[in-house]
Design a protein around this ligand. Structure first.
Ligand code: UD1
Ligand code: CA
Length: 457
């Protein structure tokens, strides 16, 4: 979903927290859901909601996060929060980067990867449609609200947000909680953010105090409610797995709604960027790494693993096939069981039906690659290409020692070790000639029986 509004909205993604409970060398927001760092989900949904620019707030030394930000879109701004003094302080860290920006602000958390573009747009809409509203907070009702900030609402307006540790017993009974995501009216936002103080039990600058500040200035604050699943924050590996499960469930449903058949949806795993056209059929236990596109009518059979590849229309893959990055299958290609492909251009109508490794290769239209064919692409130092022409027939158990070119229409005899180029339409035999010794077996058996008889005596 792409939205364009007259007043632009910048998204500020908070990602400076350490995330100690992950027990990891990696910054928390770099842990992956659906094959991509959590922070990338927040950024790509913000983009889909029409936010621009995006500003990522990180702590010093989080160079991994900087690179992912830059990799996604050209103009991700990176702001560094030198000390982690609270969420209010973190948002202010983005101010310099957004000095030239005039518009509303959407605050997101890098560790909350499941908030959708629709919800972000809804929150923004509240600010756009009500000129008195300066803060729109995304609220939810968790099953266990212990640690969350409570939303104190009266007659449809948000009065204030009270952090759990600062809440009275009565306030702790409130079940509507703060997800952390909120939208702010641009022209007053920075001024209000500057007024936030740190006189609370934690000595932190609470972003949530902006509600009270906005109301004191004559503005209102409102709540938009979200499903608890959508605002799940990830603090531990357990929650990371929970987020993954929710992501997978959603993604399966979305692909099925788009016309893809999943025989056993629960057993198929997707990446956030998996592209499937209608009428793709996927059998149980298939894993899609990042960068996979499958065209209409293709059939992915059970226990296949695909990553960084394109599967053309009407092709069939698996069962038990492995498609590695740089593999492009044309139309009506057949890849059978225990076939591994890497950096391979496989043209229309090619068949590689059993037990083969094809890497750094181009295979021309309608070629047939026999069982047990191996492209020997690596000599321990360098990789070399194998180029196979149209209509080539490679016999079973053939080793193709690259660099190698096999001309169109050639036939390679089974069991060959091919080290030299083969001319078009030629037959290449590269194996020792068979010998035959007449009646040799009879003599062999007679000698063996004699020895056996001697031993018994
Ligand atoms: C915050 C909210 C709370 C809400 C909860 C939802 C405040 C004061 N409280 O609490 O009402 O229910 O989120 O999960 O806002 N961060 C920085 N720099 C900082 C501090 C935090 O970048 O100095 C980032 C963290 O990386 C994280 C997010 O802000 O992505 C939230 O910080 P966290 O410390 O987890 O806030 P909570 O105490 O959980
Ligand atoms: Ca938190």
């Amino acid at each position: 979903m792409t939205r364009t509004t007259a007043i632009p909205t910048a998204a500020i993604i908070l990602a400076a927290g350490k995330g100690t409970r992950m027990k990891s060398e990696l910054p928390k927001v770099m842990h992956q859901v659906g094959g991509f760092p959590m922070v990338v989900h927040a950024m790509s949904q913000a983009l889909a909601a029409g936010c621009s620019p995006l500003c990522l707030v990180i702590a010093q030394g989080m160079h991994q996060v900087v690179s992912v930000g830059r990799g996604l879109v050209e103009d991700v701004l990176i702001a560094t929060q030198t000390e982690q003094l609270g969420t209010g302080h973190a948002v202010l860290a983005a101010r310099e980067s957004l000095a030239d920006f005039e518009g509303n602000l959407l605050v997101l958390y890098g560790d909350t990867p499941l908030v959708t573009a629709e919800t972000m747009a809804k929150l923004n809409e509240v600010i756009l449609s009500d000129p008195r509203c300066a803060v729109a907070v995304l609220g939810f009702t968790p099953t266990n609200p212990v640690e969350y900030g409570r939303l104190v609402v009266s007659s449809g307006e948000l009065e204030r947000i009270v952090e759990a540790r600062d809440a009275t017993a009565e306030e702790k009974n409130i079940t509507l909680c703060n997800s952390g995501v909120l939208a702010l009216r641009g022209h007053v936002a920075w001024e209000f953010l500057n007024r936030i103080e740190n006189n609370n039990s934690k000595g932190e600058y609470y972003l949530t105090d902006i509600v009270g500040i906005a109301r004191a200035a004559g503005y209102t604050a409102r709540v938009v409610e979200a499903d608890a699943e959508e605002v799940l924050g990830v603090n531990s590996r357990g929650e990371l797995a929970q987020a993954e499960a929710i992501f997978q469930r959603r993604t399966r449903a979305a692909h099925m709604a788009n016309g893809v058949t999943l025989i056993d949806p629960e057993t198929v795993y997707f990446s956030a960027d998996t592209t499937l056209e209608p009428d793709v059929l996927i059998e149980p236990n298939v894993f899609f790494g990042t960068g996979v596109a499958v065209a209409t009518g293709a059939h992915i059979k059970a226990f296949s693993h695909l990553e960084g590849c394109v599967v053309g229309a009407g092709s069939s893959v698996g069962p038990f096939a492995r498609l590695r990055p740089g593999t492009n299958l044309g139309e009506k290609v057949k890849i059978g069981n225990f076939v591994e492909l890497k950096k391979a251009e496989i043209e229309d109508g090619v068949k590689i039906s059993h037990l083969s490794y094809i890497g750094d290769a181009t295979i021309g239209m309608d070629a047939n690659i026999g069982a047990g064919t191996i492209t020997c692409n690596y000599d321990g130092y360098n990789k070399y290409r194998t180029t196979i022409g149209k209509d080539v027939f490679v016999g079973s158990n053939t080793a193709l020692v690259a660099p190698l070119t096999i001309g169109a229409g050639a036939i390679i005899a089974a069991g060959s070790v091919v080290t030299e180029d083969v001319a078009p339409d030629a037959l290449a035999l590269a194996r020792t000639r068979q010998q035959q010794k007449e009646d040799w077996a009879i003599g062999f058996r007679e000698r063996a029986e004699e020895i056996k008889a001697t031993k018994k005596k």
